[in-house]
Design a protein around this ligand. Structure first.
Ligand SMILES: Cc1cc2nc3c(=O)[nH]c(=O)nc-3n(C[C@H](O)[C@H](O)[C@H](O)COP(=O)(O)OP(=O)(O)OC[C@H]3O[C@@H](n4cnc5c(N)ncnc54)[C@H](O)[C@@H]3O)c2cc1C
Length: 428
């Protein structure tokens, strides 16, 4: 069998090529024609759709695969995106971040102004933080549509099973297998990325860095629509936190993320969430009804050491681009997607190094992601004991708790966490 790689001829515009050759693999007697793309993106989440949009806008031939039949569904997200001005404060080194998190008004269901932290004994600490609560599935669909309108092909219901060493992707749609080849492959396929796995064990998130999470969307809740609440405590969310995010009109997203290696009890996730909803939040959710329930895994081990190998790069959750201390990954998925799109374009058109991708994301949000991981490690020292968590939150007060939530680690907190917890542990 002879394999012919189909390339666009120079006199063919890329769009004409797309229209004339829509079949990914054609068998002609003893020949197989394998379609060649400039870039193949696995995953149509915010990261993947953004990479594909940038590539297509720059005239490159891009295809996106997603195993889901509808982009963005089911929603596995609290749907909170910091406003552009908060994003500027969170990631001061990124010029593009404020623009990247700009969500069109029609996808914003609520705006929150305050974050309230609640310590295990119920003490509240609150500060100003502005966020857009979005309709995530519609927002993800919008991002995919932008990519498609720019000229990228979106293939849904298409599970990518394998990436071969020479950048072929083997995918399956309705039990039919197909194979394409791409100059560049982008892994935007989330926590359990198939593309990352194909690069070797160093590109896979380790088990202890995964935070299982579970959430309900509930209607009929009696909550302040301007306040996002984060609850801490070993019985509520060991190694993580539980959240109440108001979506407007009495709808709330209530959920939690935890870490098994920090947990003292081997309790099923649904028991934690039921306890939180029906005991801790009993008064405000007394008349609320559970409309949907979904679980997912958040990678909280910080960015992978390497997010690029040869002609393959990783973006979004696949790259560990998540703020480890709060699990937020939409801003960095959007911004990292743009950086990847630009780097691939400059590589293919101007021969720039593909590794510029890694340089650029480190410049724009690498320091903040590293600090968020250090904040999580500080919390790990404190959280195993509710009593110590209460004391530390009281001593820190809003003055120091606020920067921690904003992925900053004030020096006194860093120093105190190392010595004080050791001392407190002897008394408690
Ligand atoms: C419960 C929960 C709550 C969260 N809340 C927030 C929040 O409020 N704010 C925030 O900023 N972040 C939040 N996050 C994190 C945020 O959702 C992610 O960081 C973000 O979605 C990352 O985007 P992504 O494009 O990298 O990956 P994803 O959005 O996960 O997209 C990956 C896509 O790849 C597809 N895919 C995977 N494998 C394959 C395959 N083999 N073949 C084809 N397609 C494949 C999937 O179907 C999916 O569509 C939350 C996460 C969870 C789990």
């Amino acid at each position: 069998m002879v394999e012919l790689i189909v390339r666009p001829f120079s006199f063919f515009s890329r769009r004409l090529y797309t229209e004339f050759l829509p079949i990914t693999k054609v068998r002609l007697g003893c020949f197989i024609l394998t379609e060649l793309y400039d870039a193949a993106v696995v995953g149509a989440g915010p990261a993947g759709s953004t990479v594909a949009r940038v590539l297509a806008e720059n005239g490159l031939r891009a295809v996106v695969y997603d195993r889901r039949s509808t982009v963005g569904l089911p929603v596995q997200c609290g749907e909170l995106i910091p406003t552009p001005s908060e994003a500027r404060d969170l990631f001061p080194n990124s010029q593009r971040m404020p623009q990247a998190v700009q969500v069109p008004l029609k996808f914003v269901t609520n705006r929150t102004r305050v974050i309230r932290l609640i310590s295990p004994n119920g003490t509240p600490y609150e500060f100003s933080f502005h966020a857009n609560i979005v309709n995530r599935s519609k927002f993800d669909q919008y991002l995919a549509t932008l990519a498609e309108k720019a000229g990228a092909e979106i293939k849904l219901n298409s599970l990518v099973k394998k990436r071969t060493q020479n950048n072929e992707l083997i995918s399956q749609t309705n039990r039919i297998e197909s194979r394409i080849k791409a100059t560049i492959v982008v892994g935007a396929d989330g926590t359990h990325s198939v593309v990352a796995k194909s690069l070797g064990p160093h590109f896979v998130h380790s088990e202890i860095d995964l935070s299982p999470s579970l959430q309900y969307v509930m209607t009929g809740a009696d909550v302040d629509p301007s306040v996002v609440e984060m609850y801490f405590g070993g019985k509520i969310a060991p190694g993580g936190y539980a959240w109440v995010i108001p979506k407007g009109n009495g709808v709330v997203n209530v959920g939690f993320g935890m870490r098994r290696n920090i947990a003292r009890e081997d309790t099923p996730l649904r028991t934690y969430l039921k306890r939180f909803v029906f005991k801790t939040l009993a008064s405000s959710l007394m008349h609320a009804k559970i409309e949907s329930r979904v679980g997912a895994i958040i990678p909280v081990g910080g960015p992978l050491k390497r997010t690029l190998l040869g002609n393959v790069l990783l973006v979004g959750d696949a790259a560990g681009h998540v703020m480890a201390s709060n699990g937020g990954g939409i801003p960095t998925a959007l911004c990292g997607g743009e950086i990847a799109g630009d780097a691939i374009t400059n590589h293919l058109e101007n021969d720039d190094l593909l590794s510029d991708y890694e340089k650029q994301w480190k410049l724009e949000f690498g320091k903040e992601l590293d600090t968020a991981l250090r904040v999580l490690r500080v919390a790990d020292n404190v959280m195993p004991s509710d009593a110590i968590t209460d004391i530390c939150m009281k001593l820190a007060g809003v003055r120091f708790l606020e920067p921690l939530i904003r992925c900053r680690l004030p020096v006194p907190v860093d120093l105190a966490s190392k010595t004080m917890v050791k001392i407190l542990n002897q008394f408690i």
